[in-house]
Write a new protein. Structure first.
Length: 243
């Protein structure tokens, strides 16, 4: 089960509690240690008797993206208003990812990973660190320019206005990629009955995510802009994080 990205950062107290937990002990298999590390996973155990839930496991992710933008702009006034053209270069993209996995208390034991529910939740987590997610962001941000906007005739045009327009354009792309990721997370639940059924071919299933048919299926709004990226060897053969 997957939520939309949390609107609040995961509280530091929870992270501190998790680090004191035995979740990533020396015996934890390499795959889980790597995913915990890369995807900023915190494991939280709840009491299924006192807090019964619809699904036994929950995973919520938060993906923050930071960037620097340099820009130039000009505008013309016409009958229809003020037409602004912006040339921008987006660089220095940074990401911060965190995943919160909630599991029933009876899984709080040394071999917690050796359980099909845990493995299912970690498939959700692994999807957030699929390198193709970042490649999509980066490609869309690199090719964002030029941006044109029609403003009212007397509208002020200054750095603050321009930065806000650039931010809007970056956010549209960010939201498109996040929406695609969430659609794929839900599709995984549908395909596996929330982890109660095995995928027939795991490798093929995860490889097929984020490729052209998958983007088409979910009406990815920037398909035309990423078509060339989808055909590259780097994208087609990107090393995937799945178990
Ligand atoms: Zn699920």
């Amino acid at each position: 089960m997957v939520f939309r990205p949390a609107s609040q950062p995961i509280h530091a107290a929870i992270i501190a509690w998790i680090l004191s937990n035995q979740a990533a002990s020396a015996e934890t298999p390499e795959y889980f240690r790597r995913v915990i590390d890369e995807a900023g996973v915190s494991l939280v155990f709840y009491d299924p008797v006192r807090e019964p839930r619809v699904h036994r496991g929950y995973t919520a992710f938060r993906l923050d993206m930071f960037y620097d933008a340099s820009f130039q702009y000009r505008w013309e006034d016409g009958a229809a208003g003020r037409r602004v053209t912006i040339q921008t270069e987006i660089g220095n993209l940074r990401y911060r990812i965190s995943n919160r996995v909630e599991l029933p208390q009876y899984l709080d034991r040394d071999d917690w990973w050796n359980n099909s529910l845990v493995r299912h939740e970690f498939d959700h987590v692994a999807m957030t660190v699929d390198p193709r997610v970042r490649m999509l962001f980066e490609h869309l941000c690199r090719n964002i320019s030029p941006i044109t906007r029609r403003l009212p005739r007397a509208a002020p045009v200054n750095d603050a206005v321009i930065k806000a327009i650039i931010q809007e354009e970056v956010e549209r792309r960010y939201n498109a990629v996040i929406d695609l990721l969430i659609a794929n997370e839900h599709a995984l639940d549908a395909a596996t009955g929330h982890g109660s059924r095995r995928l027939a071919d795991r490798a093929a299933y995860f490889r097929s995510l984020l490729l052209e048919p998958n983007l088409k299926e979910h009406d990815f709004p920037f398909l035309a802009e990423v078509k060339d990226l989808l055909q590259t060897k780097a994208y087609q053969e990107a090393p995937l994080p799945y178990q």
